[in-house]
Design a protein around this ligand. Structure first.
Ligand code: MOS
Length: 723
């Protein structure tokens, strides 16, 4: 055996000690001489114009250096990009911060107060007086939707699920002997990562350095370069640690431009850290969505018709479109499928991806509707899914690269004890509690993008591995260290992996569960390249032997170090195969019949996710997603005040997320799956799928416990009490 079979081992996080000792530096922690602080003033109205700004009291306040508003801010060109990054909406125009008096949403940045200390800046921000000319805002989803259907033509072309039909779904639905016709909604959700978004901007002449919370340093640089109309090579973005993001740091938000603009204007480095309340308006969110589902089946439960009509909210200035329809299009075998998608523009800030974007909500509606169909047809929910198992991707008309979903159902059902489930809802009780079992399928596409990495072997026999990737928590530092260690045949302790700096080789967005597939493949390729280089230098005819002593070899060839950079990118496998990760989720709920409190004592998740690089970290991803899924099912949601277009619970005290007492026993299993097609590492990605299927499994368990169907998430005690 090679000295280092590292892939597949449950290595503990290599960055763990730095994180728990506080040595890991997050965006808001970077400081330099002369640093000053910015606090943002937010719009109090949801639509209209700023008529006047009185900054005199703020300007006279101790420590205040400047009050920057649209009246005195530098004009930024906001040059259009040749091609928009996939993290930005593909239609509309990003908010141009401090460039004019127009207000598009409540909480919009309309001024920034710069002061010597953050407290002085915050006090100054309180003293800025703004007069508005208010216009009636569009803050009600129902009213906006009723005003007319809105088709996001442009967004649909850029990789998002198109409006689509195969067969004749309406005719098949009309003729079906067993049908489900129901509408499902879920709340507007906010990522609420622990780390707040922050940017530190420092100009040195015409060069800009940004320390930013971002999931994509390369695109952050590009976005700022276009906004300011300066070449990318004058900007460096540094982001070594991200304290959770879940999609909130995919795109470059207005406060980043604002911070860079302020730093230029005051001639000092500026730090802006959003407050938790500002985060609800400064950063996108999972948009409120309604899905009208219609399923038709024959008496054996075989789907004959599937219709999903979805409407999601967006802002008035950008079209944010999601993959809501994807699960309806591909998860089950069905000859007649029609899907369409509408956007409802409102006076809100633009939504954005949040873990499992679109797919998690689309799968929620589909998997609840399948549960309803199971009861309507009198068939066990797992059996119903097996009867409708898609042997190929009927939407893309391609074979799967691999699909271990059947095994997920059987392994999950076994581990959960699904066979103990009585078919009749409302019949299980334990200690006075209503008990229910529910299940759902999980699915998420496997993608991959071009990535590059550099590997440098030093005279002491250790290796540096560099790539401009990111690690918002899934364990990139650790998994990449494992790939490098195994490929270089070194112990992990001799590999130093670094990321999060535009000076490093290009990496794609840290999102969409693509990092392991994309960056991991590049790290592997770069490690192989450096070994080949060394082998050639040493005069070997073939590959380096296992267990090679790099220090000795470098001495022998007379080098202090040797390095190689490699790129890895997808080929045309996406044209030959449909690539998804699959899973099955089983949930138990216990409901107090008097208080209607819903508890989830256990969840079982089984995943077919290709190769597992690190089972400890992979499990950690999955239980994290399950916890977030419990939040989606039972707790999370922005309480929206239509009068003002504001989130009433824009804080961590009232925006409910699961706490320890809400988190039950979480059981995670990975079924063996070898996929030779997806990428050189054979990994399928685990981040997004971990939240998919959890909410419908819980909602279905609530039905099984009570015999009552709740179709609006989150399902809270008051809904059970009041209905
Ligand atoms: Mo993920 S929603 O692409 O961070």
């Amino acid at each position: 055996m090679s000295a280092t079979m590292v892939i597949g081992q449950g290595l503990s996080r290599v960055d763990g000690p730095a994180k728990v000792t506080g040595a890991a530096k997050y965006a808001a922690e970077f400081a330099m001489p002369g640093l000053v602080h910015g606090v943002i003033v937010s719009s109090a109205i949801a639509k209209g114009r700023i008529v006047s700004i009185d900054a005199s009291a703020a300007e006279a306040s101790p420590g205040v250096i400047a009050v920057i508003t649209h009246e005195n801010a530098a004009r930024l060109p906001y040059a259009p990009m040749k091609e928009r990054p996939p993290v930005d909406p593909q239609a509309g125009e990003q908010l141009h911060v401090l460039q004019g008096p127009e207000v598009f949403h409540s909480g919009q940045h309309i001024a920034v107060v710069i002061a010597e200390t953050r407290e002085q800046a915050a006090h100054g921000a309180d003293l800025v007086r703004i007069e508005y000319a208010e216009e009636p805002p569009q803050t009600s989803f129902g009213d906006a939707a009723a005003r007319g259907e809105y088709r996001p033509e442009t967004s649909q072309e850029k990789g998002k699920a198109k409006e689509d039909e195969r067969g004749d779904a309406d005719a098949a639905f009309a003729a079906a002997p067993v049908t489900v016709d129901a509408t499902y909604t879920h709340a507007r959700e906010h990522h609420n990562a622990m780390e707040l978004h922050a940017t530190v901007a420092a100009w040195d002449g015409d060069r800009l350095t940004l320390w930013d919370k971002t999931q994509w340093v390369d695109n952050d640089r590009k976005a700022v370069a276009h906004a300011f109309g300066i070449p990318e090579d004058r900007i460096r973005v540094i982001s070594p640690f991200v304290g959770g993001a879940f999609g909130s740091a995919l795109r470059t938000w207005p406060h980043v431009m604002l911070t860079a603009l302020a730093a230029k204007q005051v001639g000092r480095p500026v730090r802006v850290e959003l407050t938790r309340r500002q985060f609800y308006y400064a950063i996108g969110f999972r948009p409120y969505t309604e899905q009208h589902m219609r399923l038709g089946a024959d008496r054996d439960g075989r789907l004959t018709a599937l219709i999903n009509e979805a409407e999601g909210q967006t802002s008035t200035y950008e079209e944010y479109a999601e993959n809501t329809l994807q699960p309806s299009q591909m998860l089950y075998s069905c000859p007649n499928v029609r899907t369409n998608y509408r956007l409802v523009p409102m006076n809100v800030n633009t939504p954005c991806p949040m873990r499992g974007p679109g797919v998690v909500t689309g799968a929620y509606a589909l998997e609840c509707a399948m549960d309803e169909l199971a009861y309507a047809a009198g068939i066990d929910p797992v059996e119903l899914r097996l009867r409708n198992y898609a042997e190929t991707d009927e939407h893309k008309k391609l074979p799967w690269s691999s699909k271990g979903l059947r095994e997920c159902y059987s392994v999950g059902a076994e581990r959960f004890g699904w066979s103990r489930r009585p078919a009749q809802p409302g019949t299980m009780r334990d200690g006075g509690k209503l008990v229910g079992y529910g299940m759902a399928s999980a699915v998420y596409p496997t993608h991959r993008s071009a990535a590059t990495a550099l590997v440098r072997i030093l005279a002491d026999g250790t290796a540096d591995v560099l790539t401009a990737a990111s690690d918002m928590g899934p364990g990139t530092y650790t998994s990449m260290t494992q790939v490098a260690a195994e490929t270089l045949d070194l112990p992990p302790s001799k590999v130093r992996f670094a990321l999060g700096d535009t000076d490093m080789p290009m990496a794609p967005v840290h999102g969409g569960s693509i990092t392991m597939a994309s960056v991991g493949s590049a790290v592997q390729a770069a490690c192989r390249a450096v070994r080949e280089k060394l082998s050639a230098l040493a005069g070997n005819t073939g590959a380096l032997p296992g267990g090679v002593d790099y220090a000795e070899l470098l001495r022998r060839v007379g080098k202090d170090a040797i390095e190689a950079t490699a790129e890895s990118k997808p080929g045309d496998e996406t044209k030959q195969f449909s690539m998804y990760v699959f899973g099955a989720i089983f949930a138990e709920v216990r409901i107090d019949p008097d208080l209607c409190e819903i508890r989830v004592p256990r969840l079982v998740g089984t995943y077919a996710s290709g190769r597992i690089v690190n089972p400890k970290i992979a499990r950690s991803q999955c239980i994290g997603g399950m916890v977030q899924g419990i939040g989606m099912a039972l707790l999370e949601g922005a309480e929206w005040d239509e009068r003002f277009g504001r989130v009433m619970n824009g804080n961590l005290a009232e925006y409910l997320v699961p706490v320890n007492a809400d988190v039950p026993s979480l059981d995670v299993t990975f079924v063996d799956e070898h996929d030779p097609h997806v990428n050189p590492l054979g990994v399928k990605g685990l981040a997004e799928i971990a939240i998919v299927g959890v909410a419908p499994a819980i909602a279905n368990a609530v039905f099984h416990a009570t015999g009552r169907r709740f179709r609006d998430l989150p399902i809270r005690p008051e809904h059970l009490l009041l209905s």
